[in-house]
Structures are given as structure tokens and as C-alpha cells.
Write a protein that binds this ligand. Sequence first.
Ligand code: PRX
Length: 667
Amino acid sequence: MSDDNTANSDGDEDGGLEARLAEGESYEPPQSFVEQANVNDPAIYDEFEENWPGCWERAADLVSWSQEYDTVLEADDAPFYRWFTGGELNASYNCLDRHVEDGRKNQAAIKWEGELGETRTYTYGDLLNEVEAFAAGLRDLGVEEDDVVTLYMPMIPELPIAMLACARLGAPHSVVFGGFSADALATRMNAADSEYLVTCDGYYRRGDALNHKEKADKGLRGVDHDVQTVVVDRLGDELQHFLGAMAHDYDELVAAHEGESVEPVARDAEDMLFLMYTSGTTGQPKGVKHTTGGYLSYAAWTSHAVLDIKPEDTYWCAADIGWITGHSYIVYGPLALGTTTVMYEGTPDYPEKDRLWELIEKNRVDIFYTAPTAIRAFMKWGKQYPEGHDLSSLRLLGTVGEPINPRAWQWYYDTIGGGECPVVDTWWQTETGGMMITTLPGIGEMKPGAAGPPLPGVDARIVDAAGNDVDPGNAGYLTVQKPWPGMLRTLYNNDDRFLNEYWREYSDEDADDWVYFPEDGAKVDEDGYITILGRVDDVINVSGHRLGTMEIESAIVGVEGVAEAAVVGGDHDVKGKAVYAYVILEDGQEPTDGMYDRIISGVEDGIGPIARPEDVIFTPELPKTRSGKIMRRLLEDIASGNELGNTSTLRNPEIVDEIAEQVKESN
Ligand code: PRX
């Protein structure tokens, strides 16, 4: 039986399941889970509401402060809110030293699973030693408090080690996803004025050694200032690399500083912990700034309340640390709580499609957190893969990154959780720092497809274009009407863009009433459960990764011979959305296979393989309104194979059929 047949039989057996679930089937969390949950008293919602913002002390109490804060929230300069002011702390101390001081030096902090089957376990004691040695090494290279250090690495232990070493020195890190291109690295290093880079020689993908250093070197050639580089040797003899004059070998640096202790630098609560670049409406990525006190408290609090993490757990978030999910829920949240966090280098289907289930069984994972796109791929591969493994150690499952369709939710709940693990569908963003909308697994019933109510203390509401609450069941715009500790503080070096992107849409500035707009559509039901409907800006969510259409378009128009491009997201059964590029060539250029390939390479070089178009559609014109605006909605419908709506308002309606015909043929 083929994989696809298996997937169909999963779905068809339950004829109409998606529809039934969409009508509101719901599940109570199992009693056994509720009894042991970190948070299981429903009164928490009222308590947080009545004692707002003082309620957030609950989050701050989960971290250790070297200097107690004076005030929970200062809003005099809103929306530039300040949290836990007067407080001082160090994130690396919170993630390492305090657990060692608690007598847990021998507990596993990170269990790393390599692509080729190698494993490495770092106890809290080991991790502290290596973080201190590397911090000493970085300091030796000149890294000082507030210097931005760029980390460009795949999922190897040296990545969280470098993050924590930076945090120890008070040097904000800016992690650039390892799958991003050289150009993307250069753009981010220039934007952050970052003079330090930690990278590696290469890594394995599906058994093949990939040269990462080459990409990093190419990126460095696009950086407009001098950079000191540290290179981790992941591949050993497999890949010889040469260190240039400004480059240092990670192992040598750590060996030279072995045994040194580096005092954690006391950081003000509002000092920057890290920068994370993410995609927005324009071509320039946005440098989201997160702080030490608010972010760390919020990551720890949500890991405690939503992921139900306890120190004795083995917890696995199968994301990449190059994205915010990995920052908050592989590194900072779990390590702040002193648990064992699993890190996996490879892909879910190498060497076999049961790799993740094998790792859950082997490590006796208690809590597993992944993205809907992965779940849809698992469904497609078939339940024989998880069924071949003992997954009974699991207690809780989570998803993040994009809407989960009810059928995928149900599959996850039944096939992976055996009907005994609550599933938390967590809505949040790079900007929010941590989870915002989800059920609390020890309290709330679950409704497949709906993320759930806002977390206690989070004031999320669905409004219409005028900012008024919409009635339950109707689609509107998601807004957050009160600040929260994990929120971004600004966009790096760009307060204006921060105000314009997130606050100008729904705030009443004269009344000093600030409303955060995440640029998602949503609806709410009678019980206050929120269903996220997707982005309402020019951002496409591909496999849970955020890509700006403008960024992709500018990579395409950079290809010689291309005159114009429009990029949209079309429905995709595994990725959620996929990238479709409509391209107009310059006069005299032909839509050849060579041109097609050059466009694909243009995107891969400009951004990275994650942004690779599913299809490139050559067209003589784009459908435009009379005022000259490209009708993106129509292009989305064509790519998704949807019924096409009214085209009478177009200046050139005839082009729509022509393009649709072409897309049908190429399918
Ligand atoms: O559209 C929402 C979607 O992902 C966007 C945020 O992307 P990013 O900043 O890359 O962070 C992803 C990981 C936190 C949101 O604006 N999104 C995230 N989680 C969900 C979701 N959409 C629906 N349901 C979710 N649970």
C-alpha cells in the first residue's frame, strides 16, 4: 500500500470527520493529567484579571533576580512598555547556575540526537562549564556587554551554548536560521551592526555532509564592517576548512579557557537579551527586540503553565532554534525551569519515517511540541510508523506555527497521544515572545481547530475594521488590548516601524489606549475560544515559517530578464501554504526551463530553500484593478485551485482565465 493510500484510509474511515469536528466536538483533559498539572485551578483566569498587572509576578517568581524589581509594569511611555523595572538578572544564571546550586549538576540539561545517530548529553554541570569557557573565549575576542553576536548554525549543541555564553556576558545574540542564505545572513549582520559571528564548518542532511562555512564566508563578503568569526568543527575530517585571519576554532577557544569561571553579568530587566529577525510586509526583515526580565519570565511561565514542564521531565520541542519557537521552548523556557530538553539535528524521515517516534521511545519523552505541517506529513506517511513504537511515556502534546486542521488535530490526539494526552494548540508570534492563546491543559476542554481562550492575563479580542468587537462566529481581526511581559519592546533601531507595524491600526493614541495588532484574522465562539484564520498582511506561512512576499519578489526581480513578479500563498495539503510566483519576463526573454531554474535559484540564494516556489507561472500580465493594484486574492485562488470570484472590477479580466488555464495544465 502506498503512503498516500494509507493517508486516505485514515481520513475516509471517518467520513465527514473534518466537518463534524468543525461543528464543535470537544474533549476534556484526562483526570490523571489534571491532577498532576502545574496549573489546574480554573480560578486563575479571574485571579489574573482582578489583579492585573500584579498577576505577572507569578511569571517573574519563576526566575531568580539578583536585584528585585520595583514595579511590575510602567506604561508612561506606551506602547514602549517597561516590565519589572529596577530588577536585575542574568538569563544564563537562571538557565544554569541556579540548578547546579540546587544540587542538580548531574541532571541532563540537553540531550542531543545527531543526524547520523550520534548522541551527546550535557548535564547542567557540563553545560555550565562549557558556557563559561566559551563566554571567556568570546570575551577574549573582544565581546562586551551590548555587542550583538550573530549565531549562524544548524541544530548542534554549540548553538544553545553560544546563546547562553552571550547571555552570560550581556551580549545580545541574533540567531540566523542555518537554512537561510548567505545574502540573508549579510542583511541581518549589517542591520544589527554585528561584529561577531559564530558558525560551523558544515552539518549532515539525510546523511550528506553540507558545507555551511562556504555559505557563511559568502555572507561575510556582503558585510560592510570587520567581523571576528568562531567556527565550530561539526564534520571533523569529512570537510576540511580553512580559518581566515579573523576566524577562530571553537574547540581551541574553549580548550584555552577550560575551567575559567565567568561571572554572569547583572542585566537590567529591560536590557536586550536577543534580537530575532522576522519577515514583515516590506522587503526588509524586522529586528524584533526581546528583553531579559520580561521575556525570560514569560518563556518560563508559559513553559510551566502550558507545557506543564517539570524538572524531572524529558521534554522535546522538534523546532529549530533558528526560529522563535526554539529560542523560547527549546532553550530559555525549559532550561529556566531546569528540565531535560531534547535537541534533534536531523529531519523526521531520515533514515526512516519513524525517526521521531524512535527518539520519543528511546528518550521516554514526556512532552512533545511540534508544528501542524509535520503532523500532516506524519498522517500522510501512515500510522504504521508511530504504531511501531512505545509512545506511552507521553503526557502532553502541543502544536505551534500555523492553524491545525481538525483532522490533523484528531490524528495527533489519537495516534500519537493514544487519546490520553491533552493537545495544546498554541498561538503566538516572534513578537509575542511566548504563547498567548491556547487552552491550559490542566483546566480547559479542547476543541480541535480552535487554539482556545487567551491565557490568563492576556486580553485578546476579535474586532472589525473599525475596532469594535465582532459577534461570536464572525471573522474579524485579532488584537491584543493589554501589554504582556514577553512582548517585543521595539524593532531594532526602528521605533517608527514598530509603531506603524503593530500599534497604529487600532490604538486610540489621543486617549493613550494602545492596541497591539498581530496581523492575523480570527473568529471567536460563544465560549471565548479563538480560531486563527491566518495572516491578513503580505506574509505567507509556509510549513509554519513566516516568509514575506516582498522579500521573495525582490529576489525574483533580481534575476536577469525578469520584469515583474507577484508572489502569493496557495493552499498546500502538507505545508499549509506554499509559495507561488507569477512572473512577467522582459521583452525578448523566453519562459524556458533555464529561466525557471534561475528564478528558483534566485530565491534560494536570496533567502534560502524554505522560500523556494512550489511553481513559477510565466504570464504576459498580472491581473490588476483599475487603479493598478495587483489582485493578489485572485492569484491565491488560482494557485489554490479555488472557484474564481468576480473579476469585473479588473482592468484586464481576460488574463485571469489565461493564467488559470496555464496553472491547470502544469498540474
Ligand atoms: O499567523 C500566525 C501563525 O504564525 C504567525 C507567527 O509566525 P512566527 O512569528 O514565525 O512565529 C511562529 C511560531 C510562534 C502568526 O501570526 N501562527 C502561530 N501559531 C499559530 C498560528 N496560526 C494558527 N494557530 C497557531 N497555533
